[in-house]
Design a protein around this ligand. Structure first.
Ligand code: NAD
Length: 447
């Protein structure tokens, strides 16, 4: 396997060296094939993902896996000609009439390590941006979604040459070797703990990394919010994919005097949005299910009030102790703690006392509070009065900060992330810089 991996890597290296600057036509063609691969095999994709999860809503798969990729490709194919054009930047007057430009250039080979939770879209979204930037790519999808990983491997071999795009299947050992390859950039989407190991492996080769990690994304519900509407949005974000979403609201913060009203609104939203048993999404595997069951059991054993509407609906855990598992680790499942705080300043202090989240959701129309959140907290994204929807805006950079990740992609941000922004300086025929050369004139230092 190691020999295959390095052999395939060498093949890609030669291909990248032979075509260091793929034209717009080549890039658009790669993107079009990626779109066809997704569009023409929708039923196989749905079946593979449902096999991996045991059960998952096909509407959600179409929305979050298939359409997400197709929309990203459409946006990128439309704007790519513009992104690829070098752009001029200003010149200090001393150096005029020279000119300066920035020319985006492909990096070479981009490696992608992807997770199981959105096994199609999180594998392909970074590849859309890497192809747009003119790179070739190698992908290591998750071993926890083997049917989708295998389908990716088969379809990619059908639609792309090894020189353009290679899928490497395998478990942790393969993933480790993969992260040790001397890529020109490595994108990792997964847990913070594994992200650290990937960053260490990449550092040996000085490979730059984009780390799309997880964490606990809070949803703050202020007193002025419409509780029913806030609850609808929070349950939508939590319910999607059974809570197995990196930007799912992990817990809710609300002023203690409003906690029972908010819990009531959340409970009603769960009943309204509760999927039929045959349309619900399951936890990815037994180990993950056991981890979630243990979290709920521990909260129950500590005397927490739990409002549970059934095995596939979000379960509210009211005011759990901060030392419980449900508040110590990313939930990535159906538990939804609701925490009471004295006021909004206490909510902000609560958020700031913990690692920076991937998303911070705030339900308020109070401009002062929105401004305060913008200026006094840090998170990958700040989202007002909605959940998850920022992910669908291709012009927004998507990524974390601190423990939730480094670097962002999507749309133009991804194109630039996987490009080298090369500084270009053109000296004019009649240059003024002769006066900069020795012997130096004393008056020059006064300028
Ligand atoms: P994970 O970290 O267990 O695995 C992700 C990938 O890393 C898999 O392909 C796996 O094979 C590989 N891997 C495992 N050990 C490795 C090692 N030592 N070296 C290199 N690669 C290794 O994550 P997961 O359980 O698949 O996904 C869940 C996590 O991902 C959650 O924390 C979630 O928040 C996060 N996530 C983040 C985003 C985002 O965009 N920021 C999106 C989805 C999921």
């Amino acid at each position: 396997m190691t020999r295959d991996l390095t052999g395939d890597f060498q093949t890609q290296r030669q291909a990248a060296d032979q075509m260091p600057y793929p034209t717009l036509t080549v890039r658009r063609d790669r993107l079009a094939r990626l779109a066809r691969m997704t569009k023409h095999h929708q039923l196989e994709i749905i079946r593979a993902i449902q096999t991996d999860f045991g059960q998952r809503s096909d509407v959600e798969i179409r929305m979050a896996e298939i359409n997400a990729v197709l929309h990203a490709i459409r946006h990128t194919r439309l704007h790519l000609w513009h992104w690829m054009r070098p752009w001029s930047v200003s010149m200090p007057w001393r150096l005029t009439p020279a000119r300066a430009r920035i020319a985006p250039q492909p990096l070479g080979i981009v490696g992608v390590i992807s997770p199981w939770n959105y096994p199609w879209s999180l594998a392909l979204m970074p590849i859309v941006d890497a192809f747009a930037a003119g790179n070739v790519v190698m992908l290591k999808p998750s071993e926890h979604s083997p049917a989708t990983s295998n389908l990716l491997q088969r379809l990619v071999a059908q639609y792309f040459t090894l020189e353009e795009f290679k899928v490497v299947e395998g478990g942790v050992e393969v993933a480790r070797r993969f992260s040790e390859l001397p890529f020109d950039h490595l994108v990792f989407t997964g847990s913070t703990a594994v992200g650290r190991q990937v960053a260490q492996a990449a550092a040996v080769n000085l490979t730059p990394v984009t780390l799309e990690l997880g964490g606990k994304s809070p949803a703050i519900v202020a007193g002025d919010a419409d509780f029913d509407k806030a609850a609808t949005d929070i349950i939508f974000g939590k319910g999607m994919n059974g809570g197995q979403t990196c930007i799912a609201p992990d817990y809710v913060l609300v002023e203690s005097r409003h906690i029972s009203a908010v819990v009531k609104a959340l409970s009603e939203a769960i009943q309204r949005q509760r999927p039929d048993d045959h349309a619900a999404t399951h936890a990815i595997n037994a180990a993950h299910q056991q981890r979630l069951d243990a979290m709920l059991q521990e909260a129950h054993d500590h005397g927490c009030r739990i409002i549970d509407h059934g095995p596939h609906a979000p379960a509210l855990v009211i005011d759990p102790h901060r030392e419980l598992q449900v508040m110590r680790e990313e939930i990535f499942g159906r538990c939804l703690p609701v925490i009471g705080v004295s006021d909004m300043s206490a909510a902000i202090r609560y958020v700031n006392a913990r690692p920076h989240p991937l998303a911070l959701y705030a339900f308020t129309h109070d401009k002062g509070l929105q401004q305060q959140l913008l200026q006094t907290t840090r998170s990958g994204a700040l989202v007002s009065n909605a959940t998850l929807l920022h992910h669908a805006v291709p012009s927004l950079p998507f990524g974390g900060v601190g423990e939730s990740g480094m670097g962002a992609y999507h749309g133009r941000h991804g194109f630039e992330r996987f490009s080298h922004l090369r500084g270009i300086f053109y000296q004019a025929k009649r240059s003024a810089s002769r006066m900069l050369y020795p012997p130096y004139r004393r008056w020059l230092i006064k300028l």
